[in-house]
Ligand binder design. Structure first.
Ligand code: COA
Length: 260
């Protein structure tokens, strides 16, 4: 696929940087961007040389300023549901990546942009970034996961406030409510996000992907989630890397993990 609105760069450390590249429209998500993003994520998933993804927006103004409002003009009820399900499917595939995905939020993360950041495993924000779910201003509600992922991240009370008022909040406020993991100066954003990937990449890869899997199950009822955790724990105990990790600890040396 010829990528025009998403840049795909893999650095020498195996970090894939995916940049949504539509700065004239503040990186708003249209069908083409979503399709290219999906393609790039699948490519990063299947490339063994890629250790994780940093997802960011082009320019210094926006991460993603939402779904493309221009395409809303023709949506009817049926198409609206289809539209939401299509975006959700792409975001679900990001969340289901077995390798870490870090959102490097470089500016506006509004509507679908905030939802995209929430589908990533970790969120690092530039001091200049801002967040919000302004859909009520347009007569709709979040459709790419906002009503589900935001309360899971920040609690239902704050999520209700943000979704009903459409208020835009600063990176610092997003940090205070647990929406982002860290706030850094804009100039340090990409390097910080890459560092997270490299730190995680130094751990046992299967343990990382199983941890992500178990964390996704944290919205199950507690007893079911605990059963799921125990099953994955058992699987982890069957890996070579588990043996190596324990042996290395006892021999007081760094572990060499193989992802086996
Ligand atoms: N969809 C489509 N186009 C968008 C967009 C979106 N979500 N957000 C911004 N753009 C476009 C603008 O239409 C404008 O295009 P133009 O130059 O061809 O007219 C360009 O991006 C720049 O945006 P502009 O509004 O001029 O920038 P600003 O600095 O004055 O305001 C925002 C920035 C983010 C506050 C404002 O663009 C905005 O409110 N965007 C919509 C946010 C939103 O509601 N997102 C949720 C959608 S469900």
């Amino acid at each position: 696929m010829d990528l025009q609105l998403v840049r795909y760069d893999v650095d020498e450390d195996g970090v894939a940087v995916l940049t949504i590249d539509r700065p004239d429209k503040l990186n708003a998500l249209n069908q083409q961007v979503l399709g290219e993003l999906d393609h790039a994520v699948r490519q990063a998933r299947s490339d063994d040389a890629v250790r994780g993804i940093v997802l960011t927006g082009s320019g210094d103004k926006a991460f993603v300023a939402g779904a493309d409002i221009a395409q809303f003009q023709t949506l009817d009820a049926l198409q609206g549901t289809r539209f939401a399900l299509q975006g959700q499917a792409v975001f679900n595939r990001i969340e289901e990546m077995p390798k870490p995905v870090v959102a490097a939020v470089n500016g506006y993360a509004l509507g679908g942009g905030c939802e995209l950041a929430m589908a990533c495993h970790l969120r690092i924000a530039a001091e200049t970034a801002s967040f919000g779910q302004p859909e009520v201003n347009l007569g709709i509600l979040p459709g790419y996961g906002g009503t589900q992922r935001l309360p899971r991240l920040v609690g239902r009370g704050i999520a209700t406030e943000l979704i009903l008022t459409g208020e835009r909040i600063s990176a610092q406020r997003a940090y205070e409510i647990g929406l982002v993991n860290r706030v850094v100066p804009a100039a340090e954003l990409i390097a910080t996000a890459k560092q997270y990937i490299l730190t995680i990449a130094s751990k046992a890869p299967l343990a990382v992907s199983m941890s992500l899997d178990a964390l996704r199950a944290s919205d199950l009822p507690l007893r079911q989630g605990l059963r799921y955790e125990a099953a994955l724990f058992g699987q982890a105990c069957g890996t070579e890397d588990f043996k190596e990790g324990v042996r290395a600890f006892l021999e007081r040396r760094p572990a060499t993990f193989k992802g086996l």
